[in-house]
Design a protein around this ligand. Structure first.
Ligand code: ZN
Ligand code: ZN
Length: 168
């Protein structure tokens, strides 16, 4: 007759058959392993989120939304309307757009981005001839603006600062 001699767990209770640990310690170990695995998963997700939140691809749309709003809502007239930079049409800021002079560049420069109506910005592709004239009238050096537009690259730090400022 084979007598299985059960080992004694380090806690003093009888171990499970063919094991070194008892039922309760076994449960506790499994629970601890599960929690450690969950903690690792959480840390991985946090690291991933942090990486994402520090990327230009993530920050740029947020900064643009805030900056566009800032542009459209600055200098409203006494009726609460914004004035198109290139044709003078006025409307509530919700109906206006923030239009670039140099497209897709210097996105967060108040020299390169102004309030425009949909007609000027979209249908007239920025109404750039008049835009240039207006900039010159405002004392903007178009050569300098072009050079800036060609060289400027926004950094993560800059965008974060911009978002913080414009969120206030
Ligand atoms: Zn035990
Ligand atoms: Zn216009």
């Amino acid at each position: 007759m084979l007598i299985l001699k059960r080992k004694i767990c380090k806690c003093g209770k009888k171990a499970l058959p063919n094991r070194r640990v008892c039922y309760f310690c076994d449960l506790a170990i499994k629970k601890a392993n599960r929690e450690a695995s969950q903690a690792r998963q959480k840390a991985r997700k946090q690291a991933k989120d942090e990486k994402l939140h520090n990327s230009l691809a993530y920050l740029k749309p947020i900064a643009w939304k805030l900056f566009s709003r800032h542009i459209r809502y600055s200098n409203l007239d006494s009726y609460g309307r914004a004035k198109c930079y290139t044709c003078g049409f006025t409307d509530i800021p919700q109906n206006m757009q923030a239009g670039h002079f140099h497209h897709d560049r210097l996105d967060f420069s108040e020299k390169n981005v102004h309030v425009q109506c949909v007609r000027c910005n979209k249908w007239l592709s920025g109404n750039l001839g008049v835009y240039a004239e207006r900039l010159v009238e405002d004392g903007v050096d178009l050569k300098v603006l072009r050079r800036d537009a060609e060289s400027k690259v926004y950094t993560v730090t800059e965008l974060k600062e911009l978002i913080a400022t414009l969120s206030k």
